[in-house]
Design a protein around this ligand. Sequence first.
Ligand SMILES: O=C(O)C(=O)C[C@]1(C(=O)O)C=C[C@@H](O)C=C1
Length: 271
Amino acid sequence: MKKIAIQGIKGCYHHVSLIKYLGENGYEIVECNTFNKLTQIITYGEANLGVMAIENSIIGSIFYNYILLSNHHLKILGSIVLNIEHNLIAFTDKKFNKILSHPIALQQCDNFISEYTQIRKIEYSDTALASLYISKNMLKKKASIASLRASKEYGLSIIYKNIQSISNNFTRLFIIETTQRKIKVNWDKSSILFSLNTNCHSKLLTVLNNIADKKIFITKILSFLDKPGEYLFYIDIILDDYMGYEQMKSNIKKKSHFFSILGEYMNYIFL
Ligand SMILES: O=C(O)C(=O)C[C@]1(C(=O)O)C=C[C@@H](O)C=C1
């Protein structure tokens, strides 16, 4: 059976995304406690695919994960945008003194938590693990911030629903694997990593103009300090003209001293 690695344990948002993408059955889940572990498991063939969060509308980009993808030569097979609806979950709605969750989930619910001045926040490596800890140890005075799925998985009740600070709390996750599979139909998204060695700024402008000339839309651009004076650029694009896209790629390649397609794939949105 196909093995799919996720960052976190069953009930975490990586798991929720996977269920939206592939359904409940037909694969075995490999739970990883860090993104490092996740990329290693895929690289060493201990899982066929992986699910990795890459950005969020409140927190922004998870820079480290772009570096992990590049260092492990992993490829993007698809991208998922999930509307994250956080819940406060616990055994009972009696007074609790600690809230446990993933640091990003805690940040995403900052407004809600700040109303409870006496409450301590405790960070966990994932939202579901925080819920499991409460459940396993029968901790009646602790609550976690997690998914509806986590509450069901670990027998806890929903005390408050939709406690994220903004309603548009979207997280984008990549489905990753070791080799680039060319999707034959309907892919419209591409992620490219490249570096321009000398006179970096003007060359970047030429590259961007070139993309615009081909009527390709840039949806995201990031720069990373690679070595002193040298930057790596990451772009996400949406295209509908494959010929123009092929020309664009060879134009960027000519100007780059490093060029890598991280993936040519489809984007799935789950609201
Ligand atoms: O802890 C989880 O449930 C996760 O899947 C992690 C994670 C993240 O890495 O950003 C995923 C989505 C939410 O935005 C908060 C946490």
